[in-house]
Design a protein around this ligand. Structure first.
Ligand code: NAD
Length: 504
């Protein structure tokens, strides 16, 4: 996810995407034990924030459907072939799934773009590359892992082995509906676990396709189940279910707390949390290229409509360059093409839904009341479309203890804070309950090392933002969560360490 890939467009025209969208037939049924399960009758409409229209009728799980899915996953784990397969064979299935995701790239990109509003170019070029790449990476890794033999006295043999942890409940949000599902499902499957995936009720359709492509790739029935439904009902039932061994969650910090409580109130399942953020992005006067720093700051906060856990929503700029950098960011914000997610020229699409837009607008209103200065944006736009669009928004003169400075907005709203020295910048950056990510712009190697060490964040980007690779772990400190997605470290979430001590 870089400014360069963001600029990629491809040959399909706006009209062609609209034609394909009309022909799309999304699946709203659950996938339980390898079969479509329409559910017990209740359903909800999946609305597109592009124009407010209903995309599909989606089965709405209650505890009974969650129980059926967990029972299927339990059976597939306890008695099925999946955990017992040679790991490289599991890897082959994941590689086939990666291939199928690429084959269905256009249909999946369209589904994502319609269900949560991101530009089709980003769904197609970024999200689908990320999710196919994730299944490919863990597919390749599956057959390459080894266990340990510990050093002991000669009369013993001590094996330290990693075993699949069991049934995984994966609960994910809507902002990267397939990538974030893939970051849970791919390592869990590679480890030999079975999975019940509950996508967000705001983006349930692409995950349905993922489940069905998994079957086509050769996952045995029950290994990957996909159940749709509301968080407080279906998500809660999964969190409380005694048949779930591991609950892997990505979403808000508030809901993460629920899952910790659900584990305490049920079977003490392991709970792994990837939560919210309020990431600082520090620009020093010796940044290698101030224009690039400003352009990346703007790209970072407006990419994916600002609906990014890692969004650099607090721009911390040295006072001597604060006005110059802010002006450049404001100019970028004003030039951004906000529009139809299906138009390849669109740079910022629709926010996920009306409820979310009103929350974001509430933050804007409160910030103005608190005395922050609105430099640009702040209003709903494209109202004639029936869709959910907001102008890219920049504030400065934001009080450091105001809600805008402290709370996650999860929208295209940037706050700029000037500082006078490095210590002040680090103190400001760390003055957050979150610790997901941070950015730093400097030409000085010592400053880069010293400041990145001092920042309490799971990822620090120096002279860039949102760069990454599957080889590096991703996750948060403080109330941004625990554990790590991506990289071989993700397997730690889905395996249990066992010691076998053999007295010889
Ligand atoms: P959310 O917490 O509202 O929902 C996430 C998931 O939890 C959804 O599947 C939802 O149905 C479910 N859920 C909601 N309420 C629940 C409840 N009471 N009990 C059980 N399950 C429940 O988050 P969202 O609005 O979908 O996504 C935005 C949030 O996700 C932001 O806070 C963002 O920072 C965070 N996020 C974090 C990362 C990361 O990797 N750290 C990545 C993306 C998004």
């Amino acid at each position: 996810m870089t400014p360069d890939t963001h600029a990629v467009t491809h040959a399909v025209t706006h009209e062609e995407w609209i034609r394909r969208a009309k022909a799309l037939a999304p699946v709203g049924a659950h996938l339980i034990d390898g079969a479509d399960a329409p559910g017990a009758g209740s359903s909800f409409g999946a609305l597109s924030p592009r124009d407010g229209r209903t995309l599909a009728d989606v089965a709405d799980a209650g505890p009974a459907e969650i129980d059926a899915a967990v029972t299927a996953a339990r059976r597939a784990f306890d008695a099925g072939p999946w955990p017992r397969l040679e790991p490289a064979e599991r890897g082959q299935v994941l590689l086939r799934l990666a291939g199928l995701l690429e084959e269905h790239r256009a249909e999946l990109a369209l589904t994502i773009s319609l269900e949560m509003g991101k530009p089709i170019t980003e769904a197609h070029d970024i999200e689908l590359s990320a999710v196919a790449g994730t299944f490919r990476w863990y597919g390749q890794l599956a057959g390459k892992l080894t266990d340990e033999v510990a050093h002991t006295t000669p009369d013993a043999l001590a094996l330290v082995t990693r075993e699949p942890a069991g049934v995984v409940g994966a609960v994910v949000p809507w902002n990267f509906p397939l990538t974030l599902a893939g970051w849970k499902v791919a390592p869990a499957l590679a480890a030999g676990c079975t999975v019940v995936l509950k996508p967000s009720e705001h983006a349930p359709l692409s995950a349905s396709v993922l489940g069905r492509l998994g079957l086509e790739a050769g996952l045995p029935p029950g290994v990957l189940n996909v159940v749709n439904g509301a968080g407080p009902v279906a998500g809660r039932a999964l969190g409380l279910h005694p048949g779930v061994d591991v609950l892997a969650f990505t979403g808000s910090t508030a809901v993460g707390r629920h899952f910790l409580r659900h584990a305490a109130d049920s079977n003490l399942k392991r709970v792994w949390l990837e939560l919210g953020g309020k990431s600082p992005n520090i620009v020093l006067p010796d940044a290698p290229d101030l224009d690039q720093a400003a352009a990346t700051a703007a790209w970072g906060i407006f990419f994916n409509q600002g609906e990014m856990c890692t969004a650099p929503s607090r721009l911390l700029v040295h006072s001597s360059i604060a006005e110059q950098v802010t002006e450049a960011v404001v100019a970028r914000a004003r030039a951004l093409r906000v529009g139809d997610p299906l138009d390849p020229a669109t740079e910022m699409g629709a926010l996920v839904g009306e409820g979310h837009l009103h929350r974001v607008l509430g933050h804007v209103r409160t910030a103005v009341e608190d005395g922050a200065r609105l430099r640009t944006g702040g209003a709903r736009t494209l109202t004639g479309t029936g869709g959910v669009y907001l102008e890219p928004t920049v504030f400065d003169r934001v009080a450091p203890d105001s809600p805008l400075a402290r709370e996650e907005v999860f929208g295209p709203v940037l706050s700029v804070f000037p500082f006078d020295d490095l210590d002040e910048a680090v103190t400001l950056a760390n003055a957050s309950e979150y610790g997901l990510a941070a950015g730093l712009w400097t030409s000085d190697l010592s400053t880069a090392h010293r400041v990145s060490r001092a920042l309490r964040a799971g990822t620090v980007w120096v002279n860039c933002y949102e760069r990454g690779d599957l080889t590096v772990p991703f996750g948060g400190m403080k109330q941004s969560g625990n554990g790590r997605d991506k990289s071989a470290h993700a397997l730690e979430k889905y395996t249990e360490l066992k010691t076998t001590w053999i007295q010889l």
